[in-house]
Design a protein around this ligand. Structure first.
Ligand code: MF3
Ligand code: CO
Length: 249
């Protein structure tokens, strides 16, 4: 069952989304060589709390932190810790906040200091694949047209999309129906409808699509050690263009 949100629910999702966006703005002031991912986590925790919201990842299935901090060949779910960021790293940060019973969820990949041209291209292609995909995130379109467009864009740029993890519906729960793969067949899947709120989140590997999960039960890395990027927004399907609830620029 896919929830269609009412006007008042959408208003709450806008608030949650804005808090997630503002948390990124706060963290961006601190991402540089020398900071630890644990320090970033603490900044995010404090900021989300200061907004009267709660970090939705903390305690989710036992997850021990407020953000995911995934460096270089870590694709997703990197647990913040004592690792110190260094010049040339890339870091994917995933943030979830719940406010008034509704969730916002988004991810970005950032350069740490000066990075290689190849790493910069991977970040750009990952972000752009999201924007290509959501051209089909419209009332009446088929869900897998979003998926297929992300996959095509990524693969035509020589990278691969992760298969084992997907985007998702979002609302009162962080993960609702439908599941949103970053690969698929254009013109297939359920029909999107006005009032659906979904998190579209391409996870892109510079090398092969395979991943491995570490023994901590969370950290997902590329199997071949290649770099990985993540870009995600919570969006609202409307009559026209989708509204990006976690991108308020
Ligand atoms: N943002 C992730 C997602 O889209 C959730 C992180 S998993 C958690 O599914 F356990 F850290 F919460
Ligand atoms: Co998500």
């Amino acid at each position: 069952m896919i929830n269609i949100k009412s006007t008042s629910e959408i208003a709450k999702m806008r608030v949650a989304g804005k808090i997630v966006f503002a948390t990124f703005k706060e963290l961006e002031k601190h991402i540089r060589p020398g900071i630890t991912t644990k320090e970033l986590d603490k900044i995010a925790f404090n900021f989300i709390k200061s907004q009267g919201a709660n970090p939705s990842f903390l305690g989710y299935c036992g997850y021990p932190a407020s953000i995911c901090a995934s460096v270089n060949d870590t694709v997703i779910h990197g647990i913040p810790g004592d690792a110190v960021l260094k010049e040339g790293d890339i870091i994917s940060i995933d943030i979830g906040a719940i406010k008034d019973g509704y969730h916002g969820d988004a991810a970005r990949t950032y350069p740490v200091g000066k990075i290689s041209d190849e790493a910069a291209r991977l970040i750009e292609v990952t972000k752009q694949s999201f924007f290509e995909g959501i051209k089909f995130a419209r009332h009446g379109e088929r869900l897998f047209s979003v998926s297929a467009t992300i996959q095509d864009y990524v693969e035509s740029n020589g990278y691969s999309v992760v298969r084992n993890y997907c985007g998702h519906g979002i609302g009162k729960e962080m993960h609702e129906s439908p599941e949103i793969p970053n690969y698929g067949t254009f013109g297939h899947g359920i029909r999107l409808a006005k009032g659906m709120t979904i998190a579209v989140e391409p996870m892109v590997n510079a090398g092969g699509f395979e991943t491995k999960c570490l023994s901590d039960g969370w950290t997902v890395k590329t199997k071949d050690g290649s770099l990985a990027c993540h870009y995600e927004n919570t969006i609202l399907i409307t009559d026209g263009e989708p509204e990006l609830l976690t991108n308020c620029d």
